[in-house]
Design a protein around this ligand. Structure first.
Ligand code: PLP
Length: 373
C-alpha cells in the first residue's frame, strides 16, 4: 500500500520495534517490584524518562507516561479544571484543537471557555489572544502543529503573552510536532505527546510538565508514576518510544527535506487544476486539498481502489460526520470542506509512492469529472 495517512498513525520504525521486542524479552519485570529484576526495569524506566525530556529540549521538566495524547490532554485539562479555587474562571483555547482537548474542556460547564480566533493562514491570531487575556484567565491550551492542515502555531509568541499573567497554566498538545518540527517549548507548562505519531508503538505517550503541583491522577490504584498514573508501567513501549524519538530526531532534517520535494511535486501536479484548492500548510509532510464538487470520502475511496491510502479530514472525524473545526475556523468554504482530503507523508514514503499518488489522483479526477465544479 502507498500510505499517506501518517498524521493518523505511523508505521513503527525497525529500531523501535527491535527495542520493544528486546525489552519484552529482557526486562519483562514490573518496575514497582523490589527484586533485582524490578530494580533493573525501574532503572531503565528512569533513564528513558530523562532521555525523553532531554531529547525534547525540556530537560528540567517532569515526565509521566500515559497511553497517548488523548490521555495526556485529559490528564492536564482535568487536573487543572477540577481545582476548586479556579472554578468559574476563564479558559482560552484555539478553535481548532483536537477533540481530546475541545470535548474534554466542554465537560467543564463551570468555566467561561473562550475561543482564540484563527487567521486565514491557519495560525492563532495573537492580537485576539492579547484581547482575550485578563487576570481571570487560568488556563490556555493550543496545539503546536495542526493535525488537519499542518500549520505551525506561534508557541513562543503565545508563551510570551501568557507569561505576563502568572496565574495562567499554558498547555501545548505537541502530538503532531514531535519529530517533525523544532519548537522552543520555553514558557510552556505542560506538553502532551504520543509515540505512534513518530514511528513508535501505539498506546504510549507522555506528559512533560513543570512541577507546579497541578497534575492530579485520572487513574487510581497502585501509585505508579509517582502516584500520577496507576497501572503497571508499559516499559517495552516506553523504551521503544524513546528509541523511535531518537531515530526520528536524527533523521528529521533529511526526511523533512525529502518530503518538501514530494510536496512540491504534488503541488505542481495539481495547483493549476480549476477544481482543486490547496489549504495553507507550513510543514512539508501535510497537504490538505479540496476537490470542489465531490465529497472527500468519494476521493478517498477511489484512491483506495488504486492502493493509495489518504484520509478525509482526519481519522478521528472520518467515522462520524462532525464539521471540521480547523477548516471552518480558517474560513474555508463549505464546498471545499466537503471535498477536502488530507495527504500526510512520513519517513517511509518514497518517490514511487508519490508517483502512485499522483497517478491515482489523476484517475480519480477522470472518474469524477462530470461532477467537479
Ligand atoms: N492531539 C492531536 C493533535 C492529534 O492529532 C491526536 C491524534 O490524532 C491526538 C491528540 C490523540 O492522540 P492519541 O492517538 O495518542 O490519543
Amino acid at each position: 500500500m502507498h500510505y499517506f495517512d501518517n498524521a493518523a498513525t505511523t508505521k513503527i520504525c525497525q529500531p523501535a520495534l527491535d527495542t520493544w521486542v528486546k525489552t519484552n524479552e529482557k526486562y519483562y519485570y514490573n518496575t514497582a517490584s523490589i527484586h533485582d529484576g524490578g530494580k533493573e526495569a525501574s532503572r531503565l524506566l528512569e533513564t528513558a524518562r530523562r532521555q525523553l525530556s532531554s531529547m525534547l529540549g525540556v530537560p528540567t521538566y517532569e515526565c509521566v507516561f500515559t497511553s497517548g495524547a488523548t490521555e495526556g490532554n485529559n490528564l492536564v485539562i482535568k487536573s487543572m479544571l477540577t481545582k476548586k479555587e479556579v472554578s468559574g474562571s476563564t479558559v482560552l483555547v484555539s478553535q481548532f484543537e483536537h477533540p481530546s482537548v475541545i470535548d474534554t474542556l466542554k465537560t467543564f460547564t463551570n468555566y467561561n471557555i473562550k475561543y482564540i480566533r484563527a487567521t486565514e493562514q491557519g495560525h492563532i491570531d495573537l492580537d485576539h489572544l492579547k484581547e482575550l487575556m485578563s487576570d481571570d484567565v487560568v488556563f490556555v491550551t493550543v496545539m503546536a502543529v495542526n493535525n488537519i492542515i499542518g500549520t505551525i502555531q506561534p508557541i513562543a509568541g503565545i508563551a510570551s503573552i501568557v507569561s505576563q499573567y502568572p496565574k495562567v497554566y499554558f498547555h501545548v498538545d505537541a502530538t503532531q510536532a514531535i519529530g517533525k518540527v523544532n519548537i522552543n517549548y520555553e514558557g510552556v507548562d505542560a506538553l502532551s505527546i504520543s509515540s505512534h505519531k513518530f514511528y513508535g508503538p501505539k498506546g504510549i505517550g507522555a506528559v512533560l510538565f513543570k512541577q507546579k503541583n497541578i497534575l492530579r491522577p485520572l487513574l487510581h490504584g497502585g501509585g505508579h508514576e509517582g502516584g500520577l498514573r496507576s497501572g503497571t508501567v508499559n516499559l517495552p513501549s516506553v523504551a521503544a518510544m524513546v528509541r523511535a524519538l531518537r531515530e526520528t530526531l536524527e533523521s528529521m532534517d533529511n526526511v523533512q527535506q525529502r518530503l518538501e520535494g514530494y510536496k512540491l511535486k504534488i503541488n505542481d501536479a495539481f495547483s493549476q487544476h480549476p477544481s482543486i484548492q490547496f489549504q495553507p500548510s507550513d510543514v512539508p509532510h501535510v497537504i490538505n486539498m479540496s476537490f470542489i464538487g465531490v465529497k472527500g470520502e468519494v476521493i478517498v475511496n477511489i484512491l483506495s481502489e488504486k492502493n493509495v491510502a489518504v484520509s478525509t479530514t482526519s481519522a478521528c472525524h472520518s467515522n462520524h460526520a462532525k464539521p471540521n473545526e480547523t477548516l471552518l475556523a480558517i474560513g474555508t468554504e463549505q464546498i471545499a470542506i466537503d471535498g477536502s482530503v488530507r495527504i500526510s507523508m512520513g519517513m517511509h514514503n518514497t518517490e514511487t509512492d508519490v508517483d502512485a499518488l499522483i497517478d491515482a489522483i489523476n484517475y480519480a479526477l477522470r472518474e469524477v469529472s462530470e461532477v467537479l465544479q
